[in-house]
Design a protein around this ligand. Structure first.
Ligand code: IPM
Ligand code: MN
Length: 360
């Protein structure tokens, strides 16, 4: 298969972790006789510094003309500490999501056996957790009208959803549930919010089409607690943009490190793959950032194009690296010198030679 991939490393540790994902994809291409090409684009603060825009036209052109996007991270402390800045790194990411209509953000959360003791949660409560979060990504409060009164004392952000926006991601979430444990939980605040009531109404209407899926509903406040005390009760979670943002960071605690969580952002025409973690600027160029989230995002990319055997090999490599403690300091206790690129090298070696790869 030939795949043209846009690589948008962005800020902070983005370039380092993305380089490991590219390394892994190159190894897969060789092993399975595929042709993967990579084209780099500027995004985020890195793009603002060079062009004045967080999402330069040139980057958008690259993204529109490639099959998939591999995204790193965006943000710097300079911008985080200055929320009033008009040009912001986040505009790069939000602009890509909106322009490419990447409406479904899928965030898998797994409790790896070998990492159960890395989570601050009780082992017996998290063992066996396997959740797929479907977060709506191009609407809701993130994209609704923003207002600030003239005197600067009243501000509002509109949370608006249309039937179409809810239906299209709900269908994907139902379909995903059908391939898993056939349970779908809609997380909302339907006791208070009109937009949540619309979500419930529409999702209930669609349910008969997916009669083999058990549908239930949970308020976001309760869900935040349930995720911590009994995450195994969830299979597929469906939720709106901001609730999904918050609970996916919360859910990362189950896996033991946010450095493990990958995501796919899917639309009708385009697809982007990215770690859910941020730019982690403090770690930039220290070789301590965990590349697994980015490497697993590459596995999601492969699966998106039907390359299941290839993705399975990447996942096996990741599992093996975790089992052998070939991990960065966020997870490691056994060895203290395993760098970002060493983890990538190990997984690359594993792909080249699955039988014989061990720590060397
Ligand atoms: C995420 C991030 C983004 C979001 C930020 C960087 C705009 O937190 O992908 O979860 O809020 O969606
Ligand atoms: Mn987030």
């Amino acid at each position: 298969m030939k795949l043209d991939i846009a690589v948008l490393p962005g800020d902070g540790v983005g370039p380092e972790v993305t380089a490991e994902a590219v390394k892994v994809l190159k190894a897969i291409a060789i092993q399975f006789d595929h042709i993967f090409t990579f084209q780099n684009g500027l995004v985020g603060a890195a793009a603002i510094d060079k062009t004045g825009s967080a999402l330069p036209e040139e980057t958008l052109t690259i993204c529109k003309n490639t099959d998939a996007l591999l995204f790193g991270a965006i943000g710097t402390p300079e911008y985080d500490n200055n929320p009033d800045a008009k040009v912001r790194p986040e505009q790069g990411l939000l602009g890509l999501r909106k322009t490419l209509d990447l409406y479904a953000n899928i965030r898998p959360v797994i409790a790896y056996e070998s990492l159960l003791n890395k989570s601050p949660l009780k082992k017996e409560n998290i063992i066996g957790t396997d959740i797929s979060i479907y977060r709506e990504l191009t609407s809701g409060i993130y994209f609704g009208e923003k207002r600030l009164s003239e005197d600067g004392n009243i501000a509002s952000d509109l949370c608006q959803y249309s039937r179409e926006e809810i239906e299209r991601i709900a269908h994907l979430a139902f379909k995903a549930a059908q391939t898993r444990k056939r349970k779908l939980t809609l997380i909302d605040k339907a006791n208070v919010l009109e937009s949540s009531r619309l979500w419930r109404k529409i999702v209930k209407e669609l349910a008969p089409k997916y009669a083999d899926v058990t549908l239930d509903f949970m308020f976001i406040d309760n869900a935040a607690m349930q995720l911590i005390i009994n995450p195994r009760q969830f299979d597929v979670i469906l939720t709106e943009n901001m609730f999904g943002d918050i609970i996916s960071d919360e859910a990362s605690v189950i896996g033991g490190s946010i450095g493990l969580l990958a995501s796919a952002s899917i639309g009708e025409k385009h697809a982007m793959f990215e770690p859910i973690h941020g730019a982690y600027t403090k770690a930039t160029n220290k070789g301590i950032a965990n590349p697994i989230a980015s490497i697993l995002s590459a596995a999601l990319l492969l699966e998106h194009f039907g390359l299941f055997e290839e993705a399975a090999l990447v996942r096996e490599g990741v599992d093996k690296s975790l089992k052998l403690h070939i991990t960065t300091p966020d997870l490691n206790t056994k060895y203290d010198n395993i760098s970002t690129s060493k983890v990538g090298d190990f997984i690359e070696d594993f792909i080249n030679n699955p039988e014989e790869t061990n720590l060397n």
